[in-house]
Design a protein around this ligand. Structure first.
Ligand SMILES: NC(=O)c1ccc[n+]([C@@H]2O[C@H](COP(=O)([O-])OP(=O)(O)OC[C@H]3O[C@@H](n4cnc5c(N)ncnc54)[C@H](O)[C@@H]3O)[C@@H](O)[C@H]2O)c1
Ligand SMILES: [Zn+2]
Length: 375
């Protein structure tokens, strides 16, 4: 017997889930009012808080929850060491023992590490529950809490397990930055500088003129940069929520930056590595007739004010950097695409593309110059 099937096509329309937009609320000393706002936003959801052992020692946790009882998990030890799948398993099993269903929501109170773990837990718990991001570091308030990238590291690479899971809301209280260690505070500001360089010259000038107030953690400049960072990142993410093209511009300084970070075995801090990557990008720009030395000197001066150590460890060589960039996850035929500045405040966009192929010889020469720089 022969069976005949007619080809039929069925289109499945998928409504945006969990929502098609979210609000970022920025303020100072605002944590005490955040929980009631979350409860209003997600009225029927049981809340599960994820934070880390350092935050738990600060007043921020108390400011957020007050006297209320909230089921929670405190990540220990704090920091990247815990950003792995076993932490995710622990959290998910804890949520199960609390009998949380698909009608719960996760709150992430902490830096990028907590935010990435909590976002990933939310993305996969019972096939997805909303996450609220409450970032407490310069990196997370400028970058990781907005944009929906979540994930944890494997023993082989960073963010090997991951998902796009956009938050239901983001609450930024810039006062939380006052307890952050200087090294974390300062290196996180490199992402703010990156935002200014790719999208807003006036913002870059603001950073140059107000770096003193930012470094002494005055409320007004911290609020100002939070608003600027969120506007820039949000506008890029809105145009390209799943990183197909435009979002690549956020990778400015990250191609060679990631390579030196990895080559240092993650001894260099991310912001430090990105600052080095921004210098490398500028050297490439100079070779392509896009940048100039004066601009490079201005960038270096600003990084110096942040006390960023721009020296590359001696044991890192050109071969190692070339090897790592050829395995870049965005490489095409084993060669990365570079995000470049057309001028301060504007990335180069050619034929609708934000990342460009640069001849190997030029990149090699640029790395030679980078490695022989005297800082
Ligand atoms: N998802 C994204 O788009 C994205 C973007 C950038 C970075 N990231 C990720 O973010 C992580 C780094 O995040 P980070 O730089 O915020 O570091 P982090 O979250 O590891 O925090 C740094 C340290 O500061 C402590 N801390 C955090 N907030 C504090 C506060 N207010 N007061 C006192 N101590 C505080 C933490 O406990 C930790 O020890 C990395 O894993 C990186 O991959 C993700
Ligand atoms: Zn970065």
């Amino acid at each position: 017997m022969k069976l005949f099937f007619n080809m039929q096509k069925i289109k499945v329309k998928i409504p945006p889930f969990p929502a098609d937009s979210y609000t970022i609320t920025i303020g100072a000393d605002s944590l005490p009012s955040v929980l009631s706002k979350i409860k209003k936003l997600l009225p029927k959801r049981e809340l599960f808080l994820i934070t880390d052992s350092n935050i738990a020692k600060t007043k921020h946790l108390k400011n957020l929850i007050g006297k209320q009882h909230l089921a929670c998990h405190i990540i220990t030890p704090a920091g990247e060491k815990s950003k792995n799948i076993s932490t995710v398993t622990k959290i998910i099993e804890k949520m199960e023992t609390k009998s949380l269903g698909r009608d719960c929501a996760v709150i992430a109170l902490g830096g990028g590490t907590v935010g990435d773990i909590a976002g990933f837990v939310a993305a996969i718990y019972k096939r997805g529950v909303p996450v609220i991001q409450i970032p407490t570091t310069t990196v997370s308030q400028a970058d990781s809490a907005i944009g929906g990238k979540t994930g944890v590291d494997s023993s082989i690479s960073k963010n090997a397990y991951g998902a796009f899971w956009h938050p239901a809301a983001v609450y930024i209280d810039v006062s939380t930055l006052k307890t952050l260690d200087k090294k974390w505070f300062n290196e996180g500001l490199v992402e703010s500088i990156k935002h200014a360089l790719i999208a807003d010259k006036d913002y870059f000038t603001y950073l140059q003129n107000n770096i003193g107030g930012i470094l002494t953690r005055k409320t007004k400049p911290l609020e100002y940069i939070a608003v600027k960072n969120c506007r820039i990142k949000a506008s890029v993410v809105e145009d390209d929520p799943y990183e197909k093209n435009k979002r690549r511009m956020l990778n400015y300084g990250h191609t060679i930056g990631h390579a030196v970070e990895a080559a240092s075995n993650y001894k260099l801090m991310h912001g430090q590595a990105v600052a080095i990557g921004i210098i490398a990008a500028n050297i490439i720009e100079q070779k392509l007739g896009l940048g100039d030395k004066r601009r490079l000197d201005i960038f270096k001066q600003l990084f110096k004010k942040l006390d960023i150590d721009l020296r590359i460890p001696k044991k890192i060589g050109k071969r190692q950097i070339l090897d790592i960039i050829s395995r870049d996850k965005k490489a095409v035929q084993k060669w990365p695409r570079f995000v470049l500045l057309e001028k301060t405040g504007k990335v180069l966009c050619k034929n609708g593309q934000y990342a460009h192929r640069v001849e190997r010889k030029i990149v090699e020469e640029a790395i030679d110059i980078l490695l022989n720089q005297d800082f």
